[in-house]
Design a protein around this ligand. Structure first.
Ligand code: C5P
Length: 222
């Protein structure tokens, strides 16, 4: 029997990346971070000097790039045309452009196509914003992982503070709320919970508790 497809969607800061990675490891599945794919398009656009408003060039770029995931020990590298860009795609400059890039319909269509090809064999955990709704509506297990805006803002604040940045807690929470509003109201594939997704609110839960809850759901549906 074919291995299941696991979809994990939710807003930023809910712990999706950490949890998807751990869940994939426990299940022995591949892990596909679709946010990293949108980030790769943004990074390549920055490097090539493509204008953020030039939707035609952004769409062409998203088709031309070779984006791959390569497991290295317990971690996973993101390769862009063979180069390890795992760190380069996480800068604030790339994050900002990614929001713009991911709102271009043709870019989304191209990356969704690629995500389907990567995931259709099964035995995968895909994380993103539209996996259970658009990419794999037929996924065997779907989760919508969230946490309160306060909690997500607090985590983000601690993360930035840890990097030595001068940040303010209330401002960070307000930014999280603004990003939520933008992600949920954009025209193409807004962030939304699939009707058949299992809602998990990670506020007050440990990472292990969340992973264990998800694993139980996947195992029950196998
Ligand atoms: O998850 P991550 O923060 O890396 O995603 C970066 C950006 O890519 C998000 O802000 C979101 O707008 C976009 N994204 C998306 N659809 C996905 C994954 C990410 O629009 N499936």
């Amino acid at each position: 029997k074919r291995q299941p497809i696991v979809a994990i969607d939710g807003p930023s800061g809910a712990g999706k990346s950490t949890i998807s990675k751990l869940l994939a490891r426990r299940l022995g599945f591949a892990h596909i971070d679709t946010g990293a794919m949108y980030r790769c398009v943004a990074l390549a656009a920055l490097r090539r000097g493509i204008d953020a408003e030039d939707e035609v060039s952004l769409a062409e770029l998203s088709l031309a790039l070779r984006i791959e995931f390569r497991p290295v020990g317990d971690e996973q590298q993101v390769l862009l045309d063979g180069e390890d860009v795992s760190g380069a795609i996480r800068t604030p400059e790339v994050s900002l452009l990614t929001s713009r890039v991911s709102s271009v319909s043709e870019v989304r269509e191209n990356l969704v196509e690629l995500q389907r090809r990567m995931g259709e064999v099964g035995g995968v955990v895909l994380e993103g914003r539209d996996i259970g709704t658009v990419v794999f509506p037929q996924a065997q297990a779907k989760f919508f992982l969230t946490a309160s805006a306060r909690e997500r803002g607090r985590r983000r604040y601690l993360e930035l503070k840890g990097k030595g940045l001068d940040v303010d807690l209330e401002t960070t929470i307000a930014e999280v709320e603004a990003r939520d509003a933008a992600d949920s109201t954009r025209q193409h594939s807004p962030l939304a919970q699939a009707p058949d997704a299992v809602l998990i609110d990670s506020t007050g839960l440990s990472i292990d508790q969340v992973v264990a809850r998800m694993e139980a759901v996947v195992v029950a549906r196998r």
